[in-house]
Design a protein around this ligand. Structure first.
Ligand code: ATP
Length: 405
């Protein structure tokens, strides 16, 4: 059908009638469209209102979530999911509790799931699988790239570590023939940044052992209630990776002298330490696993961990002597483009308080001074300025001070 007015065969009045009809039809159509438009506008308004509501809810939840995450969290296991809440069992004290849970969280949970709860036992988040937790707190290196040649000025300590850790791994038969047990655990103590971790890594490298590192502070401060379990996991991982060197850094965090206070934090630390001691005591046939611990706070240690059969070999790792510092300067500049005027003996003389870590920082800073000056060769003046800078920085921020605490 054609709607055009040029249709000359159609009589005039008929033409007018059809025009009228068309207008009516269009008017009707317009009316329908208008009411549809109205309807859509209403729907849009409703949707906007709904959107606003969700936005507000989201903001509220985000805020709550942030608040919940700020306070320390405890670990618990889901026992049962019920209509009116979730029954959880707290790790550590084994107490059960019925707690409420949001609908969103409920869908994520199932019996046996591990969750983090806050002080009022509300579930804050579900924790990923154990392997993730392990991965976060344990550093497992098949073959660490530190060798004895990278360590300066610790000949005596190196010798002791070799006897107590390397020998039992490399020639266990020697100890059997002589008729003595190798030391159970070795404790390295001394100021920060003096090479304790390096020693442990180097011995693992030398014996082709896996290096497994865990920091004591991570054990007790990350997830309250998990410490003892993580210690069990740590020994399990070591057994899986034999031969292994198990390095527990900052052991003072789990083995500090007992205090009188009975806060849940203290109880947690105690449980973690007891687990460590029982792992060590029950570790008669230690196989090819050697345990090295390190601390900057020897004075704070609970003497229980130093008894025979536990950490019964103590090795002090002090700040380097002048001779040691010279060696450490040489080690850290091995791959640097050093000018002829650089005198390592003099550098060792002017850096009396420096630890190995400080010396490494000085070398890197000296390189930066040369770059800033658009030179590729590092001069004595760069090292001097770098030492001043490193010293000033540790005065500004005592937390980076390498002085023995
Ligand atoms: N004796 C040393 N010889 C060579 N480099 C050293 C020495 N001591 C420390 N360093 C440098 O400092 C860095 C930090 O040392 P390391 O981590 O072994 O110290 P640490 O005693 O374990 O410290 P912390 O107690 O803070 O854990 C090393 O990576 C290395 O570059």
């Amino acid at each position: 059908m054609s709607d055009t007015v040029e249709d000359v065969d159609v009589p005039y009045d008929e033409d007018e009638a059809s025009q009228q009809e068309k207008i009516r039809a269009l008017e009707e159509r317009l009316e329908v469209l208008e009411s549809q438009n109205e309807e859509m506008r209403d729907k849009l308004l409703d949707a906007n209102a709904e959107n606003n509501k969700y936005q507000q809810k989201l903001e509220r939840l985000t805020h709550e979530n942030k608040k919940l995450k700020q306070s320390p969290l405890f670990v618990a296991t889901v026992q049962e999911i019920m209509d009116d809440g979730v029954i959880i069992k707290q790790h550590g004290n084994n107490q059960e509790a019925l707690t409420e849970v949001t609908d969103e969280m409920r869908t994520e949970l199932e019996p046996d799931a591990r969750v983090a709860v806050n002080n009022s036992l509300s579930i804050v988040k579900s924790l990923s699988s154990e392997t993730d937790v392990r991965a976060r707190v344990m550093e497992v290196t098949e073959s660490p790239d530190v060798s004895y040649e990278d360590i300066g000025g610790l000949e005596e300590q190196m010798q002791e570590v070799r006897e107590t850790v390397e020998m039992p791994l490399k020639s266990p038969e020697m100890f059997t023939e002589v008729g003595i047990d190798p030391p159970s655990g070795v404790l390295l103590y001394g100021p920060p940044g003096t090479g304790k971790t390096m020693l442990a890594k180097a011995v693992a490298n030398q014996t082709d052992a896996t290096f497994i590192k865990m920091a004591g502070s991570e054990l007790v401060h990350k997830f309250i209630g998990e410490g003892a379990k993580l210690v069990r996991d740590l020994f399990e991982v070591a057994r899986e990776h034999e031969p292994a060197v198990l390095f527990i850094d900052e052991i003072d965090a789990i083995a500090a002298t007992r205090t009188e206070s009975k806060t849940s934090g203290d109880a947690e630390v105690q449980r973690t330490m007891m687990q460590l001691l029982s792992e060590m005591d029950g570790f008669e046939d230690r196989g090819e696993i050697r345990i090295i611990a390190a601390t900057n706070r020897f004075d704070m240690l609970d003497r229980a961990i130093l008894r025979p059969g536990r950490f019964d070999r103590l090795i002090e790792v002090p700040k380097p002597t002048e001779e040691g510092r010279e060696l450490i300067f040489q080690i850290h500049t091995r791959n640097m483009n050093v000018a002829d005027d650089v005198d390592f003996a003099e550098l060792a003389e002017i850096t009396p308080e420096a630890s190995g870590a400080d010396i490494k920082a000085v070398c890197t800073e000296a390189g930066m001074f040369a770059i800033r000056d658009e030179r590729t060769e590092i001069r004595m003046e760069d090292f001097r300025s770098a030492w001043e800078k490193v010293q000033a920085e540790s005065e500004e921020d005592p937390s980076v001070s390498k002085t023995f605490a």
